[in-house]
Design a protein around this ligand. Sequence first.
Ligand SMILES: Cc1cc2nc3c(=O)[nH]c(=O)nc-3n(C[C@H](O)[C@H](O)[C@H](O)COP(=O)(O)OP(=O)(O)OC[C@H]3O[C@@H](n4cnc5c(N)ncnc54)[C@H](O)[C@@H]3O)c2cc1C
Length: 457
Amino acid sequence: MASATKDAVVIGAGFAGLSAAVALAERGVRVTVIEGKPALGGRAYSFEDPDTGDFVDNGQHVLMGCYTETLDFLKRIGAYGQLVFHEDLEIQMLAGPGQSAVLKTARLPGPFHMTAALLGYRHLSFAERMSVMRGGLRMLAMRRFGGDELRRLTVAQLMDRLGQSEHARRCFWYPMSIATLNDEPESSSAQLLAEVLKRAFFSRRRDSAFVYSRVGLSDLYCTGATRLIERAGGQVISHSIVEMLELGARGAVASVRLRDGRRIEASDFISAVPAPQLLRFLPENAVADPFFSRLAGLSSSPIICVHLWLDREVTNSPFIGFIGTTTQWLFNKRQIFAQRGEAHPGYLSFVISGARKLVDRGNQEILEIVINDLHAMIPASRAAKVVKSLVLKEKNATMAPDLLSHELRPTAKTPIANFFLAGDWIQTGLPATIESAVISGRAAANAVIARSPANSY
Ligand SMILES: Cc1cc2nc3c(=O)[nH]c(=O)nc-3n(C[C@H](O)[C@H](O)[C@H](O)COP(=O)(O)OP(=O)(O)OC[C@H]3O[C@@H](n4cnc5c(N)ncnc54)[C@H](O)[C@@H]3O)c2cc1C
């Protein structure tokens, strides 16, 4: 069969949209990516701070060795060399000044590397460590053999089932759960936690280790992806909002209409935007379809990231978890990034995930909370002068990982034959993360290719 040239429009240039577009471009499809904002990158973007010259990520993004699809995507676009791979997982957890314990995986084949990390975690008593290990094994067994059981439980309910003490929850389970799922254990899905812990902590040793980008996020993947798409004859158009999907004969999408009046036609279309934005540009008769209308039921959860530039370094640790404070994680950017800002020796970024109770407060109040938490945990930091600060709130940072989301997350395929969905919130089995976004993008691209009469590109 003669191979007709296929063209596709991808709406949205975050990880999902760019991974879909790259997968299509690699298979000979002429792609047009349309991004509403002036800059690409979506929720994983960075910018250069004009005062310090530092690259600031909207929120500290951490990749892990288990992000296999993301790492493969970064390899394809030539960005792999910008990554720093840690050999082991090593998380310092502070429960107060000088009260430090480290979760450090051992040089053993997985999952024994993690068993050793738990055995050495001194915030828990020996009995608690054994209980956490038994609990972890039971959770993995439930994931494998328990049918739908985990789907119906929140993380807090799972902890009840596993007989985990308040102290073990506070010092181990909940920091991990909130960081990976971005919401409170009382509402987050136990199934999503089990999936993350299985992939990240109970598989291969290298899967557990952190992977950081040496450069700002936007530089990490937007430039390389754009280059690949353009080399394959496609284009990336920014600062152009899609206002409407236009249906043609037989109910297929014929074109997208942009806010400036332009109209772009193609044979296939992928939406890689979050659900609320998708519902805005769907035609009315499509929104009425239960496949789409139910998406309005998905909710989101916020993340706050506070950046502090100090006149000195206050810790040598690259990464610290705080137990018992509002502030959850400290990232020491001078230790993480290869490139070190000259202007100010101390550059820290702090993360508060699932920040529902805080997100509507003023920036100054949030800043004071974070600085107080820093002073409480690292008293030496009291002597440091804050040179500059930045509070970044992402109100709709990620899809809320609640039990309802299992029913509401859609597949890549929609009832419209030539229209597909991508985005971290699509049904991937993972919480809304970069890995989920990249997987969804590739799935949507595969669905486009599979629909092609000439799918042997
Ligand atoms: C502060 C913060 C910290 C995070 N930390 C981590 C982490 O450590 N690890 C991790 O794995 N994940 C993390 N995440 C989640 C991760 O950023 C997301 O899962 C991922 O970036 C989502 O990518 P996406 O392509 O699905 O969506 P998005 O990045 O939201 O991309 C959608 C794009 O579509 C565009 N768009 C929307 N509407 C239109 C329209 N009408 N026309 C044209 N364009 C449109 C948007 O401008 C946007 O660029 C974090 C998120 C935040 C906010």
